[in-house]
Design a protein around this ligand. Structure first.
Ligand SMILES: O=C1O[C@H](COP(=O)(O)O)[C@@H](O)[C@H](O)[C@H]1O
Length: 257
């Protein structure tokens, strides 16, 4: 059972969905993603999807089950990471490994449509390399560009949020949160290990057509409150989308609202 929260500001492009159980959140998130996949595959013959690491990946588990595993046109998916740790792909800290083990290994997305970072490079070079890859995909019309911002416009970005309110590898008080030129940046002083990472910048995240911000658990309730009530400096509060931002929350995560 989901409740659509009101009184969270006047932003018509923002919706807050609250679920009694994380299980129900996962069911709704799968339908939301599948509906967008159908829409964009029909409209433009491709679906560009970006994921974070962390707990988000577990909440995507219903997509790799019936009916979605058989009904989604996986051949048209293009799969990206909003942030990645600069570690080997088989490392337990790798966001690629996390997504591969419980998602990518279970669905037939063409391997050429899965855009992992080149982790053999330095963090700075890996960020430049990923940005170059995105620019190539813009040239080949797989990735759109936002008419209003000039930044790449993904169809859907699926984000988690840390207990401190960080999204992607954009941490509270870090200068990267203010970057307004680059598409992908490196960070070598991440407060959460591992320290070396790459991350999409806010202009890229906020130029996405749709963004889902998926947050569960009481440990994140204060950051959810600060982000939604705009009472604190938490990066998640700066997330927006060109068409729609949807917060998917379980009851414990919104216990302070
Ligand atoms: O370090 C990271 O943390 C965030 C949040 O993770 P969670 O396990 O608390 O949901 C994640 O979204 C990000 O991709 C990851 O690199």
């Amino acid at each position: 059972m989901a409740t659509t929260a009101t009184g969270m500001g006047k932003d018509k492009k923002k919706r807050v969905e609250i679920f009694d159980l994380e299980e129900n959140l996962a069911v709704d998130l799968a339908k939301f993603t599948s509906d967008l996949s159908d829409k964009f595959c029909k409209e433009r013959g491709a679906f560009t999807v970006v994921v974070s690491g962390g707990s988000l990946i577990k909440s995507l588990r219903k997509l790799v089950e019936s009916p979605y595993v058989d009904s989604i046109d996986w051949s048209r998916w293009h799969f990206f990471w909003v942030d990645e740790r600069v570690v080997p792909k088989h490392h337990d800290d790798s966001n690629y490994k996390l997504a591969y083990d419980s998602f990518l290994s279970k669905v037939p997305i063409p391997p050429g449509n899965v855009y992992a970072i080149n982790e053999s490079l330095s963090a700075e070079a890996a960020a430049d390399d990923y940005e170059t890859c995105l620019k190539h995909l813009v040239k080949t019309n797989i990735l759109r560009v936002s008419e209003s911002t000039g930044f790449p416009k993904f169809d859907l970005i699926l984000l988690g949020m840390g207990p401190d309110g960080h999204v992607a590898s954009l941490f509270p008080g870090h200068g990267l949160c203010k970057e307004n030129q680059k598409w992908v940046m490196s960070i070598t002083d991440s407060p959460k290990p591992p320290s070396e990472r790459i991350t999409f910048t806010f202009p890229v995240i906020n130029s996405s057509a749709y963004v889902a911000l998926v947050v569960c658990g009481s440990g994140k309730a204060e950051a959810v409150q600060a982000a939604l009530k705009k009472t604190g400096d938490v990066p998640a509060g700066s997330v927006s989308a060109e068409d729609e931002l949807v917060w998917f929350l379980d009851k414990p995560a919104c216990s302070k609202l």
